[in-house]
Design a protein around this ligand. Structure first.
Ligand SMILES: Cc1cc2nc3c(=O)[nH]c(=O)nc-3n(C[C@H](O)[C@H](O)[C@H](O)COP(=O)(O)O)c2cc1C
Length: 203
């Protein structure tokens, strides 16, 4: 009779006598994962005077009933610490025009830096900041958190959410910010390189 695999980390991958550690370098792994095109979000949390905002693309839907989503913050981030303390957070999905906010909230700062000081926002139902003009937001109560190596898997129960009726997302692909239009133009150029001898649509 077949036995079910034990949940949790695969202990057979643990280096031991006669076994070598798998050679998975973080830099190469990040490059490989960079082929997964994503949107860009800013995850926010607030408790009293303290507030944080962190650019994140390790974000996913989890469940519709109950309504759950997840984000994976690095264990060293200020954002993870405040999400746990506040018991709430918001995922703000950035529009093309908000690329600057995605860059701004990714720059490593000192503990005292208040990134939201220059980003227009309001306070959502959970107590977390909701950015003005974002493409969509998911306002969440902390549901659970699970260890995930050097990151933590933070699951939130959605208490409020809204999608804008128009607009386009900013994207992250191959380690850089991009847009739907830029991606489409790159594809066109690849298949129809400019021909200097012919008057084509590239001018
Ligand atoms: C496009 C993009 C996506 C990112 N996604 C994540 C992520 O999912 N999790 C994470 O911990 N850091 C992510 N980062 C890095 C954080 O934004 C960065 O480390 C930030 O300084 C952390 O802020 P904090 O320590 O103030 O919370 C991402 C950066 C960029 C540019």
């Amino acid at each position: 009779m077949a036995t079910a695999a034990a949940p949790g980390p695969d202990r057979s991958a643990t280096p031991g006598p006669g076994r070598s550690a798998p050679a998975i370098g973080p830099r190469q792994l990040r490059r490989t994962l960079g082929q997964f095109a994503t949107g860009v979000t800013v995850v926010t949390a607030q408790l009293g005077e303290q507030r944080v905002a962190m650019t994140a693309n390790a974000v996913s839907s989890v469940s519709l009933d109950p309504p759950l989503v997840l984000v994976c913050p690095d264990n060293r981030t200020r954002t993870l610490a405040l999400i746990k303390e506040a018991g709430a957070f918001a995922i703000n999905i950035l529009s093309e025009e908000q690329e600057w906010i995605g860059r701004h909230c990714a720059v490593r700062e000192t503990a005292a830096t208040d990134r939201l000081a220059i980003v227009p926002h309001r306070i959502g139902r959970s107590g977390a900041p909701i950015l003005d003009g974002c493409l969509a937001y998911l306002d969440c109560r902390l549901w659970a958190d699970y260890p995930g190596g050097d990151h933590t898997i933070v699951v939130g129960e959605v208490v409020d959410h809204k999608a804008a009726s128009g607009g386009r997302p900013v994207l992250f692909y191959g380690g850089r910010f991009t847009s739907l239009v830029e991606a489409a133009l790159t594809l066109l150029r690849t298949h129809h390189p400019p021909n200097p001898m012919a008057g084509d649509f590239w001018g």
